[in-house]
Design a protein around this ligand. Structure first.
Ligand code: G3H
Ligand code: 13P
Ligand code: NA
Ligand code: ZN
Length: 328
């Protein structure tokens, strides 16, 4: 059944677990997530970026969500707009059946320029008011994602802030977070603590300097009842880097967010954990393996089936480690 982010995260907070929010662009990713949820008896958050909506078409996505909730009637399913950049993106998502939207006002409408605090408050409050009128939930973001190692934004991935950012921009301020939630009335708050989108988050295993979990602890102390969201939470596991590189890939060595750090975050109020990159690597790593092992193969299903199994495996692991399992 379809539920809102608010309903799901209220339950998660009450029972002390976290919920991975997995990105989808196609049917195979949707089915892989639901199969894992069923195996784990876990509620799910499926999210689509603006890019995903352009790729798949809004009607296709809406019908896919309807189909997934019919195929898996016992799994609570929240359908969420990831990184909405303005009112139109958020409202058109709701019109197409999304039960939750992110209004990311940490950046201006171009998705690149860090926004002023007042811009962020104004646009997020406007979206929260409208979404709440029709029963949808809203996630806001305060602080800009980017690397504390280099001070750089995420231009290499094609989205996120470009160029150099100050330490202040890269870490959410706890006092400002309290003011932001009071003024916007968001249901969940995405915070910045040194993670970034994509595979290249850290050049070595992160430390307390480069992955500032202490910021989350401080925000949670100020806002004990606010559901916190960690973006850029792929772990970029070594086995998936190896799967890609042992089968003709050329990804430079990199480090993601260790799952044990996310487990610590969940104890400090993190309820929604955004993961896209890990699932992308699970799927494309498997495509590479099949292509290497059987160069004569040309049936897409022979690539997609095992890729889906690899993605389901990853999703199951996160449902278990985050405590989502058993809460459907
Ligand atoms: O926001 C980041 C997600 O990984 C979505 O990425 O914009 O390439 O679909 P995308
Ligand atoms: P990753 O790139 O770490 O998977 O992060 C995804 C994300 O934050 C989507 O909003
Ligand atoms: Na989001
Ligand atoms: Zn994100």
């Amino acid at each position: 059944a379809l539920i809102t982010l608010r309903q799901l995260l209220d339950h998660a907070a009450e029972h002390g677990y976290g919920v991975p929010a997995f990105n989808i662009n196609n049917m195979e990713q949707g089915l892989s997530i639901m199969e894992a949820a069923k195996a784990c008896d876990a509620p799910v958050i499926i999210q689509a970026s603006r890019g995903a909506r352009q790729y798949a078409n809004d009607i296709m996505l809406a019908k896919m969500i309807e189909a997934l909730s019919m195929i898996y009637p016992d799994i609570p399913l929240c359908m969420h707009q990831d990184h909405g950049n303005n009112e139109a993106t958020c409202l058109s998502a709701i019109k197409h059946g999304f039960t939750s939207v992110m209004m990311d006002g940490s950046l201006e409408g171009d998705g690149k320029t860090p926004a002023s605090y007042e811009y962020n408050v104004d646009i997020t409050k406007r979206v929260a008011d409208m979404a709440h009128w029709v029963g949808a939930s809203v996630e806001g973001e305060l602080g800009v994602l980017g690397s504390l190692e280099t001070g750089m934004g995420e231009a290499e991935d094609g989205h996120g802030a470009e160029g150099e950012l100050s330490h202040d921009q890269l870490l959410t301020d706890p006092d400002q977070a309290a003011d932001f939630v009071a003024r916007t009335r968001v249901d969940a708050l995405a915070i910045a603590c040194g993670t970034s989108h994509g595979a290249y988050k850290f050049t070595q295993k992160p430390t307390g300097e480069t992955l500032a979990m202490s910021v989350i602890e401080k925000i949670h102390a100020k806002l004990p009842d606010t559901h916190l969201v960690m973006h850029g939470s792929s772990s970029v596991p070594q086995y998936l880097q190896d799967l890609i590189n042992e089968n003709g890939g050329a990804m430079p060595q990199t480090y993601g967010v260790p799952v044990e750090e996310i487990e610590r975050g969940i104890k400090m109020g993190v309820r929604k954990v955004n993961i896209d990159t890990d699932n992308r690597m699970a799927m494309t790593g498997t495509f590479r393996r099949i292509a290497q092992e059987n160069p004569a193969e040309f049936d897409p299903r022979k690539f997609l089936k095992p890729a889906m199994a690899e993605m389901t495996k990853l999703c199951k692991d996160r449902f278990e480690r985050f405590g989502t399992a058993g809460n459907a």
